[in-house]
Design a protein around this ligand. Structure first.
Ligand code: G4P
Length: 525
């Protein structure tokens, strides 16, 4: 099979959700389908989201870093599946966002009893910004949840995306009978014992299934379906691929109900690897030269063996172990000998990889997040990874001034690596760190100590709303401690607003200042 056929088989995606919506349970079911694990419960124990952030370092040490759970790959029917893990909320960080740049599709799980929750909204926005196709799975139908039509309109209104239900539930909770699969014209009967009976829709009404068709829930479903047929959106795979329309599936991950139908349909419509933007235009996966970019670097926190793994998304051509590649940023050649692929619980040496695949490469401290590696003659760089707006901010100071030099060096390195974001307060040059998740501060503190022998002291300035300034000239007198004027590592001006109110007040008063929300713009550099 040619590398082009291999690339077209790839389905690379992430599952996003608010904690407890059922991501782990769903992942586990998919791994069971892929014969990657034999029993349920295998993935469960690894779940990092349930630990308190302060336990993190100890846990990472015990687990020998969570690299193994970061990517799960397996063949399934005619496809080759790569599932990228996005961590739970306690270790939520920019890594989570960057991981989403490396996928071609996303599955969004929504808990039917809760609806659209905050973490889902945040992750969804990032996917939206990048135009990633989004598939929705509404979970926990075996429980009494929100009305299905209400859930649909919540998705459309809160998230601002059009939806098309691929199937529709009949009842819920104790009265849950199953789903009407609108796409395959069949009824999937829920029996509560992890088995599914499939009945073609034209047979359902023939009188043999009175226990279903005479059920009150079934009748009300008919009205809802009519409404959806008449007033709902049309299914349009093109619009799904553009991220404009989300196909919606209902089911129960725990009861293993509707998962197989969902997965089979999802793989059919999910995006195969697409051309990606570089400094010299779009490079398609079919391009014969190998290329890829690094979206995540994971350093081992254990000072005894400080190995770092860089995660590379293969974008074009074929990867072969031992090949020489060029790092675009430094223009240095490097031989890729130590490369790994991830299969749920184990790492294996990878000899070949294709567009859509994620491989881990040993990093002798030469890579940075965003680096492009290519085996071609032309130097290309994949589009710079976006900077994500941090939400938490802390001033940081070195405890012992004698260590200032190491402090600066450490910060510079960790910021370059993408572990945390750096700002300087305009009025006094104090260093402010910005993070998306709490854990980033802890990792920062730990690594400065372990790798640079520097102790630091934080002062929180709370959660802030950052806005970048589009204007060329800025009058520093307009700002105060509620609207803190800072510069980022690229020397761009930004304002850290204390809350929504100060942001609105400032906007009203200073209409001529252009404030940019990085989550809403894709191309501010
Ligand atoms: P997460 O990774 O998104 O955080 O969620 P996870 O899969 O861990 O699921 C969160 C809880 O929801 C778990 O219960 C899980 O068993 C339950 N759950 C997942 N899918 C379904 C479903 O379809 N129906 C029902 N009723 N429950 C579901 P827990 O009590 O927190 O954990 P456990 O003690 O059962 O493992």
């Amino acid at each position: 099979m040619s590398y082009i056929d291999e690339a077209h088989k790839r389905r690379t995606f992430a599952i996003i959700s608010h904690p407890d919506a059922g991501k782990t349970t769903m992942t586990e079911k998919l791994l069971l389908f892929g014969n990657i694990i034999r029993e349920a419960g295998t993935v469960k124990g690894k779940k990092s989201g349930k630990y308190a952030a302060s336990d993190w370092m100890e846990i990472e040490k015990q687990r020998g870093i969570s690299v193994t759970s970061s990517v799960m790959s397996f063949p399934y029917h005619e496809f080759y599946v790569n599932i990228l893990d996005t961590p739970g909320h306690e270790d939520f960080s920019e890594d989570t966002y960057r991981t989403l740049t490396a996928v071609d599709s996303v599955v969004m799980i929504i808990d039917s009893t809760k609806g659209v929750e905050p973490q889902t909204i945040k992750l969804f926005k990032v996917c939206r910004m990048r135009g990633i196709p989004i598939f929705t799975f509404i979970n926990k139908l075996d429980r009494e949840g929100k009305d299905s039509l209400e859930l649909l309109s919540e998705i459309e209104e809160v998230l601002g995306i059009e939806s098309y239900p691929m199937n529709w539930p009949v009842g819920m909770g104790k009265r849950f009978l199953g789903i009407i699969d609108r796409y395959q014209n069949q009824f999937v009967h829920f029996k509560g014992d992890e088995t599914e009976d499939i009945i073609p829709l034209d047979e359902l009404e023939n009188g043999n299934y009175a226990e279903i068709t005479n059920h009150a829930s079934y009748e009300s479903t008919q009205d809802e379906l009519m409404l959806l047929d008449e007033a709902g959106n049309q299914f349009d795979p093109e619009r799904v691929l553009k991220g404009e329309l989300t196909p919606v599936f209902f089911g129960s991950a725990l009861a293993n109900f509707g998962i197989r139908t969902f997965f089979d349909t999802f793989l059919q419509f999910a995006s195969q690897p697409k051309p990606r933007k570089t400094n010299v235009g779009l490079v398609p996966p079919e391009h014969e030269d190998f290329s890829g970019y690094i979206f995540k670097i994971q350093a081992n926190m254990n000072p005894a063996h400080r190995d770092r793994i860089a995660f590379l998304r293969v974008c074009s051509g074929k990867f072969e172990r031992g090949m020489s590649v060029n790092v675009s940023r430094t223009n240095k050649a490097i031989k890729l000998n130590q490369t790994q692929q991830f299969m749920a619980a184990s790492r294996e040496t990878v000899d070949e990889a294709y567009p859509g695949d994620i491989i881990g490469i040993y990093d002798p401290n030469v890579y940075q997040i965003g680096d492009t590696l290519t085996a071609g003659k032309d130097s290309i760089s994949y589009q710079e990874l976006p900077v994500f707006p941090p939400e938490m901010f802390r001033k940081v100071r070195v405890k012992n001034v004698m260590k200032s030099k190491s402090f600066r060096k450490g910060i510079e390195q960790l910021v370059q690596e993408g572990a945390i974001q750096l700002f300087r307060q305009e009025s006094n040059e104090e260093v402010i760190l910005g993070a998306v998740g709490q854990l980033q501060f802890e990792v920062f503190e730990y690594r400065l100590q372990a790798e640079y022998n520097v102790s630091v002291e934080f002062t929180s300035i709370g959660s802030r709303i950052p806005r970048w300034i589009g204007n060329k000239d800025v009058d520093s007198r307009l700002f105060d401690s509620r609207s803190l004027l800072v510069r980022d590592r690229y020397d761009r001006y930004a304002v850290l607003f204390e809350n929504d109110f100060t942001l609105r007040y400032f906007t009203d008063k200073n209409k001529d200042i252009e404030l940019i929300d990085l989550l809403e713009t894709n191309d501010y550099k």
